[in-house]
Design a protein around this ligand. Structure first.
Ligand SMILES: Cc1cc2nc3c(=O)[nH]c(=O)nc-3n(C[C@H](O)[C@H](O)[C@H](O)COP(=O)(O)OP(=O)(O)OC[C@H]3O[C@@H](n4cnc5c(N)ncnc54)[C@H](O)[C@@H]3O)c2cc1C
Ligand SMILES: NC(=O)c1ccc[n+]([C@@H]2O[C@H](COP(=O)([O-])OP(=O)(O)OC[C@H]3O[C@@H](n4cnc5c(N)ncnc54)[C@H](O)[C@@H]3O)[C@@H](O)[C@H]2O)c1
Length: 472
């Protein structure tokens, strides 16, 4: 084995999160190497956020035009599935990462292709495609940014079949005649609607309800829309076994019922990717990786960090990139000796918003945008919380489309008179979400928020209605 190379920071995994943490430490004057075994850019760019949103967007535009007389008459054709798939492919750069590779080089980050494994304290061994190895020693930090892996449920027969995960669903070259979707989380529901609108006959099988992390009024609007569009959605339904017959998947869903489909998408959640990366070599249990708010893994002695999906706190690109900025700055500050073990909440080194103000969007049509806590979560956290909710019915929404149907909710900390959670559901609500994120993160007092006047006639006027209903 050749001598180990020494560098300030080693980042394992060049997804959006790994790229950002490497970029941040280099900006702060440290040297960094980024190690990637697959495509630079990770899941979000090639098999998750970008392609799934590209598959959804054209049909949302079409439905929006159909909701407005005058425009409706101009829509004479149907969705062109081939064009939709082509546009999706262009958003993934045809699964070619050369432009990302160029960005890494332009940012002054070293790139190593291969599988990285911790091989000792501050030490990482990379096995390249040709079997050769390179070893790096980090002066300051090793950062795990290895993402997450699909969780496949132990359903009889499933393991032996060629089912789709979200990777195959987001990169498919053809629309199947029929698709069964196992799991009613955000990935399953978004892809179910995308494929139904592209022409597939889609059946969703959800163990409980769909989009269970959101208030039921919000997920109910999505469920109603899916059913109105002709999707079969089985809620509170357990899948007991799966097999293939005549080339089709057959799922047994209890009481003698079954679902048959050409393709089966298993989208039943993801877990942190901690296996096969050598955590055992430094005495850590891959199933019990924890991180503090600066991203540091407390049990490793101060040099190991975990950011993004692998950190096990939030599985969202924007939140992982936020963690990357905080962790990158914490690593640089600790290298300079200006930060000790502890960092205050809301400091430039702590991802405090992970626990209090995570914005998330379900990009179905209608959309859901939520930030912070639901009423139940807030009360569970010991907040003396109240909720105010209403249907979105303002001048802006009636102008938006004739059939606009939406719902909004604020969750208020009654002791401090600030918002701790906001949810909007309805067409195009995602662009309103950042106003709510600012209110929650900024802990804007309600009597000051009362002075934030929404422009007329926008859908944002729902803010005014919510505050009026609350009692302002
Ligand atoms: C279908 C779908 C749609 C989604 N849509 C959205 C969305 O709209 N908005 C949103 O915010 N989030 C979305 N997400 C979540 C988002 O994709 C993830 O939160 C995000 O990709 C996590 O980024 P990451 O960098 O932590 O991990 P990843 O993007 O998974 O990157 C990890 C990288 O590490 C590499 N790697 C792993 N182990 C090693 C190793 N040992 N050596 C070398 N390299 C290694 C992997 O190859 C990979 O490239 C979606 C997820 C799915 C599944
Ligand atoms: N718009 C977005 O931001 C977006 C889109 C897609 C995915 N994501 C992220 O990706 C991650 C993965 O998405 P996901 O939808 O796979 O996970 P998820 O955890 O959101 O949903 C998984 C769903 O599968 C269900 N499930 C589990 N086992 C099951 C079984 N045996 N049978 C039927 N249902 C079962 C769960 O009850 C849950 O509803 C999420 O954490 C999410 O944050 C984000």
């Amino acid at each position: 084995m050749s001598e180990a190379k020494t560098i300030d920071v080693i980042v394992i995994g060049a997804g959006a999160v790994g790229e950002n943490v490497a970029g941040r430490v280099v900006q702060k004057g440290l040297s960094a190497v980024l190690v990637e075994s697959d495509l630079v850019g990770g899941e979000c760019s090639y098999w998750a956020c970008m392609p799934s949103k590209a598959l959804l967007r054209p049909s949302t535009v079409l439905r929006a035009a159909r909701g407005v007389p005058g425009a409706r008459e101009a829509v004479t054709g149907t969705l062109d599935a081939g064009q939709v798939l082509d546009r999706r492919t262009s958003f993934t750069s045809n699964w070619d990462d050369s432009s990302q590779e160029e960005w890494v080089a332009s940012a002054g980050i070293a790139l190593e292709r291969g599988w990285a494994k911790l091989s000792g304290e501050r030490e990482v061994e990379i096995t390249h495609g040709d079997g050769s190895t390179t070893t790096y020693q980090a002066r300051h930090a090793v950062v795990l940014a290895t993402g997450s892996t699909p969780t496949i449920p132990p359903i009889d027969g499933l393991a032996d079949l060629d089912y789709w995960t979200t990777r195959e669903a987001t990169s498919a070259k053809e629309v199947p005649a029929s698709l069964a979707v196992l799991g009613g989380g955000v990935a399953g529901v978004e892809l179910a609607q995308a494929y139904a609108r592209l022409g597939a006959e889609v059946t969703v099988i959800a163990r409980s309800g769909i989009l269970g992390n959101y208030p039921p009024e919000a997920s109910g609007l999505v469920l109603d829309a899916l059913r109105a569009e002709g999707l079969n959605v089985h809620t509170d339904t357990a899948t007991t076994s799966v097999r293939k017959e005549n080339g089709l998947f057959v799922l047994d869903i209890g009481e003698g019922r079954s679902v048959t489909a050409e393709k089966l998408l298993v989208s039943t959640g993801r877990h942190p990717h901690t296996s096969g990366i050598g955590l055992e070599s430094i005495g850590l249990d891959p199933k019990k990786l924890t991180r503090d708010d600066t991203g540091r893994v407390p049990d490793a002695g101060g040099w190991l960090y975990a950011v993004g999906d692998v950190g096990g706190i939030v599985q969202l690109t924007h939140q992982g990139k936020y963690e990357a900025r905080m962790t990158g700055d914490a690593i640089a500050a600790r290298a300079q000796g200006t930060l000790g073990d502890h960092a205050e909440d809301w400091s430039p080194y702590t991802s405090t918003a992970d626990r209090r103000a995570v914005p998330q969007v379900v990009f179905t049509d209608p959309e859901i945008g939520m930030v912070g806590r639901t009423l139940e979560q807030a009360r569970k956290d010991g907040v003396n919380a109240s909720e105010t909710s209403l249907e979105i019915a303002v001048a802006g929404s009636s102008l938006h489309s004739d059939d606009y149907s939406g719902w909004a909710q604020i969750v208020v900390d009654e002791d401090r008179k600030v918002l701790v959670g906001v949810t909007f559901a309805g067409p195009d609500v995602s662009e309103m979400l950042h106003s709510a994120t600012i209110a929650v993160v900024g802990e804007v007092p309600l009597d000051r928020l009362w002075h934030a006047v929404p422009a007329y006639p926008t859908v944002s006027e729902v803010w005014l209605r919510l505050l009026e209903k609350y009692g302002m």
